[in-house]
Design a protein around this ligand. Structure first.
Ligand SMILES: Cc1cc2nc3c(=O)[nH]c(=O)nc-3n(C[C@H](O)[C@H](O)[C@H](O)COP(=O)(O)OP(=O)(O)OC[C@H]3O[C@@H](n4cnc5c(N)ncnc54)[C@H](O)[C@@H]3O)c2cc1C
Length: 614
């Protein structure tokens, strides 16, 4: 099967080169490591060698062409065995070669593109409409009243505001509506950003404690809660202010008010002073997000029972703090309060924290949490809450029976509810499911040709970066492009200490679905960098295709796992093979070397960790 040979990197920082000479012709046989083309850059003239043998079936460039690094130069029918030292491994895509249908296990493949398009091969066989086909065509703007907007974005979170910006950048007339005076959504105001600001402080407090073991002694820290709240609010204000400025700079009309759709081309907006106006649009992107789910039995009308928004207000540091739910929000907020001095109890109904993550990754995190929290109770249910003068009485039930305990504050962190039923979507042809998700296809379209939906309201996982990616797809769809959400991985990060992150296929999913995988693990005790920071409890693992070495998933637990996962995400997204990670030079000493060594261990041995092969 034919393979495509692309222009490799010729020197650092160079993104394109001029083809000065073509040394082969269509029909020629070439040897492995034969120079086939010479290219010229500002820095040098460079001979380009093909790493495998074969017969050239197509030349894609001519002398004088300017080609981008990664652009296809030749299509080659490889000779039997490939003719080079690595031929045996060439069944899997290698660096410097665009994965094609011939060399990857995917059903179909897109060619490399020198016009700035992605180079990973994507499965184009799946139905982009995914069961949802808009009924009819979008309303032409000429049919709408004067002053109508090309695009109205309802909700200004990490889905909504990037969508509004992108649409405006493309020359569309755009309004961005949010009921909150500070755009940025849950993420900027009461989610990702304030929680990570507080978690940074929690981490610092841990490190101060740990420094004792290294011979560095600090006084016990005192916490000025008012100043801490100010720091957190300052970060939020800085970022929400930035969103407003960026929007205005692009010509997006930012409207404060609560929007309710009144049909496929119109909505009403109720402003902060109760004033109402109507607005018409060609397309509306619904990006109204989600809200904390608080079941009725916990809604007892006492502000000592909080959702995540209340917990982020940090009114005080309760002595006894109950967290209901062992998901990422519960563990992150529990970590903040534990670091500030609360005795934290986490109650989780199932038998494990962080459903979705592989258990071997959760283990080191759970161990540390058990040491810093008062208690972590699994298979336990909170049956009821009752407010008393002394606190909140919580009745907990488990296999051992029922107990009632008093807590100073309680955080309900059992999930989030999408806002699809709260903004008039039912007046359009778009559908909303029982949970409140607007039903969309992979182009972010609904059954109504004028209505699209993105972010938390458009489905799981409810994560800011997923919302932002969907924003781009929605605007591309509106712009008439061949857009489809075909990303292979959406990274998930839990910002506890240690952090836990994963992307793509997990080992648990592979087992559940009967997918054959090779799992390679590199324990951080073998990492020089982990030793230097005294954080050796971490683990990096790759989940690979056993035949090709293709990286299908990556999981990391350990310090900075949330940053490290980016390399794994790129590997999964681009269809990299383990050799790509293993043979890429990683700076030493860094934690990123654990990805390189995990790559080495897929088919061989990691340099710093020896494991007897069975
Ligand atoms: C404590 C916490 C921590 C989190 N941490 C992370 C994290 O670390 N990483 C991560 O990826 N995700 C995190 N999330 C989730 C993340 O915040 C959401 O996935 C993300 O904000 C969803 O973006 P969105 O644009 O879909 O909606 P949202 O951010 O919810 O924005 C929707 C906006 O629409 C407005 N709105 C709703 N209805 C109307 C209406 N009818 N009219 C006008 N305006 C309306 C809302 O006021 C809101 O501003 C966290 C969430 C919480 C609660």
């Amino acid at each position: 099967m034919a393979r495509e040979f692309v222009l490799p990197e010729v020197s650092e920082g160079v993104t394109e080169a001029d083809v000065s000479e073509i040394l082969v012709a269509e029909g020629d046989s070439v040897e492995a490591n034969q120079v086939v083309v010479e290219v010229e850059t500002e820095k040098a003239v460079a001979p380009v060698e093909i790493p495998f043998a074969g017969t050239i079936t197509k030349l894609h460039v001519a002398a004088g062409d300017t080609v981008a690094i990664g652009a296809v130069l030749l299509t080659v029918e490889p000779s039997e065995g490939g003719g080079d030292a690595k031929a045996a491994a060439d069944a899997a895509p290698q660096k410097n070669e665009v994965p094609t249908a011939a060399n990857t296990p995917a059903e179909t493949a897109a060619p490399a593109d020198a016009d700035g398009a992605r180079t990973g091969d994507y499965d184009t066989s799946a139905d982009p409409f995914d069961g949802v086909r808009p009924e009819g065509s979008p309303t032409p703007m000429s049919d709408l009243p004067e002053g109508a907007y090309d695009v109205v974005v309802l909700g200004g979170g990490p889905g909504g505001y990037p969508a509004a910006f992108d649409a405006a950048d493309r020359g569309m007339k755009v309004a961005l509506i949010d009921e909150n005076p500070k755009p940025g959504g849950v993420c900027l105001r009461v989610g990702c950003i304030p929680s990570k600001t507080l978690l940074h402080v929690a981490k610092l407090l841990h490190e101060v404690e740990e420094a004792e073991q290294w011979g560095v002694h600090f006084e016990k820290p005192t916490i000025d809660l008012a100043q801490l709240r100010e720091f957190k609010s300052g970060v939020v204000n800085q970022l929400t202010g930035g969103v407003s400025q960026l929007g205005k700079g692009r010509g997006v009309e930012i409207i404060e008010g609560r929007g309710t759709l009144t049909g496929s081309n119109s909505l009403t907006i109720k402003g902060p002073k109760g004033d109402e106006r109507e607005l018409h649009f060609g397309r509306c992107i619904v990006a109204v997000g989600s809200q904390p789910a608080v079941p009725k039995i916990f809604d007892i009308g006492d502000d000592r029972v909080m959702d995540s928004t209340g917990a982020l207000e940090l009114k005080d540091v309760p002595e006894k703090f109950l967290v209901v739910g062992g998901g990422y929000i519960g563990l992150e907020m529990g970590s903040v309060y534990a670091a500030l001095g609360s005795k934290v109890t986490v109650v989780e109904m199932t038998d494990g924290l962080l459903p979705g993550a592989d258990r071997d990754l959760v283990k080191p995190l759970q161990k540390r949490i058990e040491a810093s929290f008062d208690r972590v109770l699994m298979n336990t249910k909170v049956e009821s809450l009752k407010a008393t003068d002394a606190g909140i009485d919580a009745t907990l039930s488990s296999a051992d029976g029922e107990t009632t305990e008093t807590f100073d504050r309680v955080l309900i962190a059992i999930g989030r509810r999408p806002n699809g039923k709260t903004c008039g979507v039912e007046t359009t042809k778009a559908e909303v499911d029982d949970r409140g998700f607007v039903t969309v296809n992979r182009r972010m379209e609904t059954a109504d040709p004028n209505i699209l939906a993105i972010g938390d309201v458009a489905g799981e996982p409810m994560l800011a970066h997923k919302a932002t990616r969907e924003a781009k797809i929605a605007v591309e769809t509106i712009a008439g492009e061949d857009a489809v959400f075909d990303n292979r991985g959406i990274p998930a990060v839990v910002f506890t200490d240690p952090e836990l992150a994963w992307v793509g296929l997990t080992e648990t999913e592979a087992k559940r679905d009967g997918i054959k995988v090779t799992v390679s693990k590199f324990p951080w005790a073998a990492s020089g960098r982990a030793q230097t920071i005294d954080r050796t409890e971490g683990l990096t693992k790759l989940i690979c295709d056993p035949d090709t070495g293709r990286v299908l998933g990556v999981g990391i637990v350990g310090a900075n796992a949330g940053e490290l996962i980016a390399e794994g995400t790129l590997a999964v997204e681009m269809g990299a093979v383990a050799a790509d990670l293993a043979e890429t030079i990683h700076a030493h000493p860094t934690l990123s070397e654990t990805l390189m060594e995990s790559g080495e261990a897929v088919f061989g041995q990691a340099t710093h960790f020896f494991k007897k092969k069975r």
